[in-house]
Design a protein around this ligand. Structure first.
Ligand code: ADP
Ligand code: ZN
Length: 602
């Protein structure tokens, strides 16, 4: 066998150089060793087992719980000229038999199997009769009972070490924390194997968190200014809001589709299919959408409601930019979000310990929203990673937020809450502070309070920001039952007594910052005005080739490959082969079609 990892990288995948730990990982497996790989989404995990599977004799077996993805993964490999197949419960009897025969005949480079299938005695027996290059255990965090993706079948994967001691094993995950890592090592018998632990940073994602004022307008101006026909996801908390937002976006002229668990399975399937296959679809969804979506060119993820934890936020925003190209994560959050989540937590059943844990996770999420420093540093620190310098690619790095000494204002707000008997919500408190003349105030006699009208120096919006930050920081608590009534907590004692000062975040004007943060960088895969016709022609060519085969356009070429092609303007197949992402199989298949596009423009 003459193939080397580097020649496979070039000829099969069309790439010049390995990234990060890829080469060391590949060499470990090619040499017959096991390993554990922790790499962020988009880091390039697949090559780590695909290349050794092609270099070593025999078939590489990939274990993955994401059955819905297998057909696409196999299609993508076949596009590259790799002989790939899969075994799971969706296949017909005949298809299973054909795949099994191909395996035994040594005609498969890669075989994807669902864990429950693998564990059947029949499958283990089959594998023991085939020549195997390696086992890759994808989504390896599924062995951990701590995580949210636990799968009992994964616990039994230990059997691979016992039954196939000579076959190297690689476990891969993008999940960060140390507890999960130890679980994987122990449960998959990898304690002796090297662990390649990459950082968890997703440098191509720009994080932005903006106070919510007019959410729809904020969303619209973001879409208009920055997402020129690109694909993205808009997350909402409720099904109803998903429906309404999708309808409204459609009316505004966007290709927006709804996705939530209440829709018919066929409608969900169809919308997901369109998201994958068509250009520029905006999926408006609850968090039911996303798991197992392997679309590499999702350019933005917008949250219209606050996620419950940093884990959830990171996972959901992580669906943007799997191809490594610049992408945006925009979260809009407001006072109501904080109140709603605090109430949900308070009403949640479960043990005290569980509730405290949830509370801590929410507090960390709120902390991320209110931080005045670099967001990415906070995010990474939460996962145990230190980023030594501010990232330069989050909203607070790009538009530094000022903080102000709010001690005086905070005291006014707190005493106003106290004087109104700790049972009114934010709007009422703000009315009292600003001395509004309302029927309701008079009914409660609040126009006669000593705190009536003592806060005219701040606008209602500014007071909202103050109250939001006080709730986020735990100086005010929200009444769990009723209408968002605010009350004091133990933590405000030193502030009221004048022993502690409070510094708060000064909001940037949302109209500037909601869409403005990116002006300092080029928008994702932005193409010069003059190149637009050629770029659109290349995209149209890709779409046509994809449609002919019933595959998504990114499986023909990623945006990155198309952009590199545009920059190089190849005039021959030899030049075309230099383009990043153009390997031998795709060169032969598609090279001429794209060269013809360049010819038309000459
Ligand atoms: P992960 O599974 O870690 O999320 P993937 O394996 O899907 O990441 O890789 C992410 C993207 O990066 C893919 O488009 C892949 O083709 C590309 N990629 C991976 N390794 C390289 C490399 N060495 N050079 C160029 N592109 C790469
Ligand atoms: Zn930053």
């Amino acid at each position: 066998m003459t193939a080397t990892p580097h020649s496979v990288l070039q000829h099969t995948f069309g790439y010049d150089a390995f990234r990060g730990d890829q080469e060391a990982i590949i060499n470990t497996l090619v040499g017959g060793g096991d390993c554990l790989v922790l790499m962020p989404t988009g880091g390039g995990k697949s090559l780590c087992y695909q290349i050794p599977a092609l270099v070593r004799p025999g078939t590489g077996v990939v274990i993955s719980p994401l059955i819905a993805l297998m057909q696409d993964q196999v299609n993508a490999l076949r596009e590259l000229g790799v002989r790939a197949g899969f075994l799971n419960s969706t296949l017909s009897f005949e298809a299973v038999r054909d795949t099994e025969n191909a395996l035994l005949a040594g005609e498969l480079d890669m075989l994807y199997i669902a864990p429950e299938r693998l564990l059947q005695e029949r499958t283990l027996d089959l594998l023991s009769r085939a020549q195997l290059a390696l086992f890759a255990i994808d989504e390896a965090h599924c062995v951990s009972q701590w995580g949210h993706d636990f799968r009992a079948d994964y616990l039994k994967l230990n059997i691979l070490a016992e039954r196939f001691p000579a076959v190297p094993r690689i476990a891969l995950t993008a999940t960060a924390d140390a507890r999960t890592r130890v679980d994987i090592q122990q449960r998959l018998s990898l304690t002796q194997a090297p662990a390649f632990v990459g950082g968890f940073d997703r440098p191509n994602i720009q994080y932005r968190i903006q106070p919510k004022q007019q959410a729809r307008q904020q969303l619209l101006s973001f879409l208009k200014a920055e997402t020129d026909g690109q694909a993205g996801i808009v997350y909402c908390l409720s099904r109803k809001k998903v429906e309404q937002t999708a309808q409204w976006l459609a009316k505004e002229g966007y290709k927006a589709l709804p996705y939530h668990a209440g829709l018919d399975a066929s409608v969900r399937q169809q919308n997901q299919q369109r998201f994958l296959r068509e250009d520029g679809i905006i999926m408006v969804a609850t968090i039911a959408f996303g798991m197992g979506i392997d679309k590499p060119d999702v350019r933005f993820v917008v949250h219209l409601d606050l996620p419950k934890s940093i884990e959830a936020y990171y996972q959901e925003t992580g669906r943007a930019g799997r191809d490594g190209e610049p992408s945006t994560a925009l979260l809009l959050y407001g006072f109501e979000d904080v109140v709603k989540l605090r109430q949900m937590m308070a009403q949640s059943t479960g043990s005290d310990e569980h509730q405290r844990y949830e509370q801590q996770r929410l507090n960390a999420m709120l902390g991320l929203c209110e931080v005045t420093g670099c967001r990415r540093q906070v995010l990474l620190r939460y996962f145990g990673d230190e980023l030594p310098k501010p990232c330069g690619n989050c909203d607070t790095c790009l538009h530094p937020v000022e903080s102000w000494d709010a001690t005086e204002a905070v005291r006014k707000a707190l005493s106003c809450v106290y004087r109104t008997d700790q049972r009114f919500g934010a709007n009422h408190i703000i009315d009292v502070l600003r001395g509004s003349d309302s029927e309701k105030l008079r009914r409660f006699g609040h126009h006669q309070l000593s705190t009536y009208g003592i806060g005219t120096e701040l606008s209602a919006n500014e007071w909202r920001s103050v109250l939001r930050q006080l709730v986020a920081a735990g100086l005010l608590a929200v009444d769990p039952e009723g209408y968002g009534g605010l009350r004091l907590t133990e933590a405000c004692r030193p502030v009221l007594k004048g022993e502690q000062s409070v510094s708060l975040r000064k909001e940037n004007r949302p109209d500037r910052s909601a869409s403005g943060a990116s002006r300092s960088r080029p928008a994702p895969t932005q193409v010069d005005e003059a190149d637009q016709p050629l770029w659109q022609a290349l995209r149209a060519c890709r779409k046509q080739l994809a449609d002919e085969q019933g595959i998504p356009p990114f499986m023909v070429f990623h945006d990155k490959t198309l952009a590199d092609m545009l920059a190089r303007r190849p005039q021959s197949l030899a030049q075309m082969s230099e383009v990043s992402g153009v390997g031998d199989a795709k060169l032969e298949r598609y090279g001429d079609a794209f060269l013809a596009v360049f010819d038309d423009f000459r």
